[in-house]
Ligand binder design. Structure first.
Ligand code: G3H
Ligand code: ZN
Length: 283
């Protein structure tokens, strides 16, 4: 099955009432951990890289790593550009073999977001690649107050946005934010149901690190088909390396501590796949 676009896995999730886990990778170890976790649970999976990860590793390097790991497993694996912040980067990923992209114009005024998204979704369509966009804004804890409903997605605006841009999935703002939460996040579940009723394409939840299992399950029940996890994986990786060196400060072989970091990431990914309900959903 291996290296595929995200079209079918997201449509299947929409019809089946579960969500696909989308996991951010920063390096080879995380790519391997994510794909191995999915294979063990027979789950379709999305590996995603941010613009910063691409600046660190390059499109070609991530594409080669994910494709070659995907070709060694039986489950469908998509490689997604997460929060593509320019048309150039989206084009680079489309040309470079990514099988799914996101154009994020959510910080722009509505009309500018719509115009840029429409151009990128059009390019992606020609190449047969799915395109996610964001309406409303999911910020980071440091920069925004994410409990303000004025940055939440408006259901009617979402309907128009999807129809007019041709995007194939939509990221929504309902109270989540990126990074770990300081308090207990409160999600606007009614709004999510209203967006689901208004919009025909699969919906995406960003900022899932730190949400309770029940919150993730409830979001999937109400129409979320893709759930993004990044901070929890970075945290698991880094804390494991940190603890390793507390115990064994003289080790110099990166394989030694990276192996443990990889195992920690794999464990988190498996737990989140189970919460998303996509285990056993691979063809
Ligand atoms: O785009 C990536 C995600 O929305 C991840 O958010 O770092 O809070 O898990 P997170
Ligand atoms: Zn995000």
């Amino acid at each position: 099955m291996s290296y595929v676009t995200s079209f079918k896995m997201l449509e299947d999730a929409r019809e089946g009432g579960y969500a696909i886990g989308a996991f951010n990778a920063e390096n080879m170890e995380m790519v391997k951990a994510i794909i191995q976790a999915a294979e063990e649970l027979k789950a379709p999976v999305m590996v995603q890289t941010s613009a910063k990860a691409i600046a660190y590793g390059t499109v070609a390097t991530f594409e080669a790593m994910v494709r070659s790991e995907a070709e060694r497993v039986s489950v469908p694996v998509a490689l997604h550009l997460d929060h593509g912040d320019s048309e150039e980067l989206c084009l680079q990923c489309l040309a470079g073999g990514y099988t799914s992209i996101m154009i994020d114009g959510s910080k722009l005024p509505y009309d500018e977001n719509k115009a840029m998204t429409k151009r990128v979704a059009g390019m992606a369509k020609v190449l047969g690649i799915p395109c996610e966009a964001e309406l409303g804004h999911v910020g980071g804890k440091a920069e925004d107050d994410n409990s303000k409903p004025d940055i939440y997605t408006d259901p009617e605006e979402a309907r128009q946005f999807v129809e007019e841009t041709g995007v194939t999935s939509l990221a929504v703002s309902i109270g989540t934010s990126h990074g770990f939460y300081k308090g207990v996040p409160v999600l606007d579940m009614e709004r999510l149901s209203e967006i689901k009723a208004a919009v025909s394409v699969p919906l995406v939840l960003h900022g899932a690190s730190g949400l309770s299992d029940e919150q993730v399950r409830e979001c999937a029940r109400r129409g979320i088909c893709k759930v993004n996890f990044a901070t929890e994986l970075r945290d698991a990786y880094s804390r494991t390396v940190q603890k390793y060196f507390e115990k064994k400060p003289n080790v110099v072989d990166p394989k030694e501590y990276s192996r443990e970091a990889m195992a920690a990431v794999k464990e988190i990914v498996k737990a989140r796949i189970l919460v998303c309900g996509c285990e056993g959903k691979a063809d």
